[in-house]
Design a protein around this ligand. Sequence first.
Ligand code: AGP
Length: 605
Amino acid sequence: MCGIVGYIGTQQAAPLLLEGLARLEHRGYDSAGLAVLGSGLRVAKKAGRVRDLGADLPKRFTGKAGIGHTRWATHGPANDVNAHPHVDAKGDVAVVHNGIIDNAATLRQQLTDDGVDLASDTDTEVLAHLVARSTADTLEERVAEALAAIEGTYGIAVLHADFPDRIVVARNGSPLIIGVGDKEMHVASDLGALVRYTTTVAHLDDGEMATLTATGFTTYRQDLTRIAREATEVDVDPSSYDAGEHDSFMRKEMLEQPSAAERVLRGRLDERFGTGHLGGLDMDARETRAIKRVKILGCGSAYYVGQMGASLVEELARIPADAEAASEFRYRNPVIEPDTLYVAVSQSGETIDTLLAVQEIRRKGGRVIGLVNVVGSAIARECDGGIYLHAGPEVAVASTKALTNMFLGFALLALQLGRVRDLSIADGKRLIAGLSRLPEQIQEVLDGEDALADLATDLADAESLFFVGRVRGFPVAREGAQKFKEISYRHAEAYQTSELKHGPLALISPEVPTIAIVPADELTDRNVGALHEIAARGGPLVVVTHADVDLGEVPCRRIDVPRNERELDPILLTIPLQLLAFHAAQVLGHDIDKPRNLAKSVTVE
Ligand code: AGP
């Protein structure tokens, strides 16, 4: 949430920073700004997109050191004044900030009482004034002094006109990565902004600071004691951060699902013993057998796929399992059990609610593993072990390929847990064969895109829709509704099909379509019964199902997906819902990759 870039070196900073910000824009896109240090400190900032900022940069906006920011508003509306960087009254200090300063109101009051005129509504501005008021000898000391007054989370970068040879950065809860170039240094909140310039990077940990000069960087704790931090090479293809020939990242990422699925499965299917092979779990068979319960924690789509994962664990391993929204977990003072396996699931590995849940579990002595896409991210590092999802960079706010790989990660985990218990080798092999078929079957669903696009055009007219499913199909419905509302801005509500007649059936009418998940399984007949009840009330129906399901006389439009093993069907039922949401949003003319009010990584509570 919010993106930070910084550069110091031999080139003009502004064009490099603008390019970096464009790559970070999915993290927040309501306003953007730059500060450069040349003959003095200059700032340009603007509500709107990075391209608007670039088009409007003042003349001679020059300097070989600079910082930039793209914002997702927390304190104060999205306008020019609230955009970052924020400066002190004299205009000597510029600060960009990700995160939230919890005691901002108190600090703002103290500054106002001291006669400081605050220009913006933001929490961040106090930092600029606090740094400016410090009389310490070095910029590092001044920043550390300011941070000592702050409660909250931050990733910050600071420029000071009196210290033109450096950028000082600090991290507490919001990621910062330093990139090492040739006689130049970069910093960014996300690898994607750096990889065009360098793949030699160093991650800062919480509570750490760094100074960047054109020739190198030093790292230290906030008490300014030095710490050694080596930069290392990351194995990443910079072009994987580009949309290529696609008109949106979401479309690119949906189409990448077959290859992403192959990657997460590669080397992890043990056909001989019919089990999963997850080295990263770091648990032997005895430890694995000792697990009495599985608790999955994630937010948004990661929570919904966590519900799919919980079903897999219960079905294959017969271990009680459930998923919970990580954003609620720690606020109910959860009981942490020593024989429960906690699983944190996150694409970004940065979602603050999930990270805080992990920290709460570990603080109470629980064991937590991660299903995480971004290698080296905060959640991945905080967990006791885990499964990397290998989906590749996901840029669109709407998660697609990462979600698919989360499901497959859960299937592997459930297999491994099941095979040290009562899951037979025959069932293990059946599921391994099913998993191996999935990438091709996902491709089959994607190949049906044109028909789904037509259907989406009709659905886009509806102001309100229901997505319904039962048991394995319910999290599919939740995820379908999530995708639809996220990018089409239509009201889409997910419900258990069985619960409709307990209330929401009152809303069914010819204006309210229902998308029903009806796989060929033990509940098909009951599901078909519910379809009749919807149709009888004039509700238009779209049914996501399998070709051999007999829907009788129910008037509906059907979407048939290929059949796999029952336990693995949910992911194949999910893919068409991504395409429906995508095409509805396209028909409605929305910015697919940057839906209003949202951001890719939610790093504020
Ligand atoms: C997915 O389409 C959403 N943008 C959102 O719900 C997302 O899944 C959630 O914020 C969790 O993100 P994470 O996977 O990076 O933790």
